[in-house]
Design a protein. Structure first.
Length: 619
């Protein structure tokens, strides 16, 4: 358990926390929510000891290990698997199968695991850092926006993995659906205070809204009551007979706490400008082909049409061509083959992450949005700036000094300035906080035009999609229906493989139904005995191999010391003799490791076999 008491922290004159206190109990999975800039990442840094608090106490138990995913991408090993094994604790430093399981869940194939980490994109390199932290099994796992570098299948996998995490978790994410599936508690930073509740984000935000409503009603009642009391005091102050009553009311006012009116918190609040479109068909893509490498085609013979009002979500693993397809539909990329026919009345609004490069660093936010469309006067531009949380002087900030998230909001603001009837959006939620994601979803739901969006946010998929373009199993196809219908009818192939691996045949599954309870107990006892008979010898041989490795490694260490002494005395005969012994010792160590790996493999196979047998008889 860790405990934070009476925390105070300020940055550049802005107070983040004021008397904030909370604790994280054993095995709690806590979601940390709050608006961007309100201190979520700062709180993580304070827990890690990388940032100090102005006041307050952070109590962390002795030997309590905290793990966080680093964004720095410095690797020391020649393969992904070896690099992942760097995260294993000393007592399990050779358990490569543990790392393989995590890497596979995060989207690495068996062949990927033998490649150099530097060959992968930044997103996959950060996944490798995530795998290293997970296999280290820290007492507290800190995750800051993990879904930003995961694709949809990896997100679904890690959801299930984190739910079974045996220790504590603190999680920051803009993905409300992901958070609600993982956490047991929500910790909210709100008005410089920190509040923790058991349950979902919906329960937390509902509670906050109710509390603020009660506060405001109480404040108004108090103001009205004070006004009435002051009127009584003014009217009867001179009346001797009522002097006691007047004094009593004066004391009442002195005891009443003054409740300040709550400030209106800034949040994204906007709607897209919809240009009328009277046609039925928006565009038609025929036989689209595209590849960056002729040997590895990304898009092969894809044809589909888009109708007015469609909500099409493009889904699949990273690196399979989702963003490329969106760029082709936007006219940013030319397909290698195929035709793309637009309705002439279509006007496109494109949001794509690399578009931040198109922003002009010397312009202000207001100027950049103002130049987006000819009919954007200063008042409309200011309104859009305010909607994007660039209020007052913030609208005069230069683009060059903005953070990545702020630049993304400017891109959204530029789309708001232009009347469009087709929105093409590539992961628009990545730099938004949870409140802003909710505002974006509302705006998209209200937009009268057509929407095509690349997203791995399942809340968006469930809320928006009426058709899907699915990248799966090296193929692309159009699914006619909602995301839930896709999960029910097709689903993600990785998860289907998992289910097949876990399931027995119909005959297997019905075994227990044909047996009495007594027969089941007897069969179970026999299987447990046989399992022990098979596995115990393997465990003894594993232990013996580990002990022999330890002996050999210590022997080699002694020989290395002797080699240093022999080298210093230039004893050539001794150097040759010791060198042979070191070579022989290392050969024995390598042989023992090979033997131990095979023994572990045999043990896992046996355990899997007997566990499956037990599941079959127990139903």
């Amino acid at each position: 358990m860790i405990r934070l008491e009476n925390l105070q922290k300020s940055f550049a004159g802005q107070k983040l926390f004021d008397g904030a206190s909370f604790k994280i109990g054993a095995r709690e999975r806590v979601g940390l929510v709050g608006r961007n800039g309100h201190g979520k990442t700062t709180l993580f840094r304070m827990i890690m000891g990388e940032e100090s608090c102005d006041e307050g106490v952070i109590t962390i138990p002795k030997n309590y290990r905290i793990g966080i995913v680093r964004q720095s991408l410095a690797f020391t090993k020649s393969t992904v698997l070896e690099e992942g094994m760097n995260g294993l604790p000393a007592d399990r430093k050779h358990h490569h199968w543990e790392v393989e399981k995590i890497l596979a869940g995060l989207g690495y194939s068996q062949s990927d695991m033998q490649r150099h980490p530097g060959e992968f994109s930044g997103g996959f390199q950060v996944r490798l850092n995530l795998a290293k932290v997970i296999v280290s099994e820290p007492d507290l796992l800190l995750l800051d926006e993990p879904t930003n570098y995961l694709d949809i299948t990896s997100i679904r996998w890690i959801e299930k993995y984190l739910v079974k995490w045996p220790h504590e978790i603190m999680l920051i994410t803009h993905d409300r659906g992901f958070m609600d599936k993982v956490v047991t508690h929500v910790l909210g930073i709100h008005r410089k205070k920190i509040r923790k509740i058991s349950g979902s984000t919906e329960k937390y935000y509902t509670q906050i809204a109710q509390d603020e409503e009660v506060y405001e009603k109480t404040r108004q009642n108090d103001e009205r009551r004070k006004k009435e009391i002051n009127q009584f005091i003014s009217r009867f102050r001179a009346k001797a007979r009522l002097a006691n009553m007047v004094q009593s009311r004066i004391k009442t006012i002195e005891k009443m706490d003054k409740k300040d009116k709550l400030d209106q918190l800034k949040t994204l609040d906007f709607s897209f400008r919809s240009k009328p479109f009277r046609g039925k068909h928006v565009l038609r893509a025929e036989h689209q082909f595209f590849s960056y490498d002729p040997k590895v085609p990304l898009i092969k013979d894809l044809s589909f049409s888009v109708n007015a009002g469609d909500r099409i979500c493009i889904v699949g693993k990273n690196g399979k061509g989702k963003t490329t397809l969106l760029k082709i539909l936007a006219g940013v990329l030319e397909p290698d083959a195929g035709s793309l026919v637009y309705n002439p009345n279509i006007d496109i609004g494109l949001f794509e992450q690399t578009n931040v490069q198109s922003l002009i660093a010397t312009r202000t936010v207001e100027e950049e949005i103002g130049y987006a469309h000819e009919d954007v006067d200063r008042q409309r531009g200011r309104d859009i700036c305010g909607a994007m949380m660039f209020e007052g002087d913030a609208a005069l900030k230069k683009i060059g000094v903005l953070s990545g998230g702020e630049k993304s909001r400017v891109l959204l603001g530029k789309i708001l300035a232009v009347p469009v009837n087709l929105l093409l959006l590539d992961e628009p939620t990545n730099h938004l906080d949870m409140d802003s994601c909710d505002a974006l979803l509302t705006a998209l739901d209200s937009f009268e035009g057509t929407v095509i969006i690349v997203t791995h946010n399942e809340m968006f998929l469930h809320a928006l999609a009426d058709r899907l373009v699915v990248f799966q199993n090296e193929q692309i196809h159009l699914f006619e229906g909602s995301y839930q219908q896709f999960l029910d009818k097709e689903g993600w192939s990785d998860e289907a493989d998992e289910k097949r691996d876990m399931a027995g045949t119909p005959e297997d599954m019905s075994v227990s139904a044909k047996l009495t309870k007594k027969e089941i107990r007897q069969m179970r006892s026999e299987i447990v005995v046989e399992k022990s008979r098979r596995i115990k010898p393997l465990e003894k041989r594993i232990k013996k191999a580990e002990e022999d490795i330890d002996i050999q490694e210590k022997t080699v260490d002694v020989l290395n010391e002797a080699m240093i002494n022999a080298s210093q005395s230039s004893d050539g005969r001794k150097i040759a003799e010791i060198s042979q012994k070191i070579h022989k010792g290392r050969g024995k160590i390598e042989s023992l490791f090979t033997e131990m790996e095979q023994l572990y493999h045999d043990k896992e196979q046996a355990e899997s076999y007997f566990n499956k047998k037990l599941q079959e008889i127990e139903g």
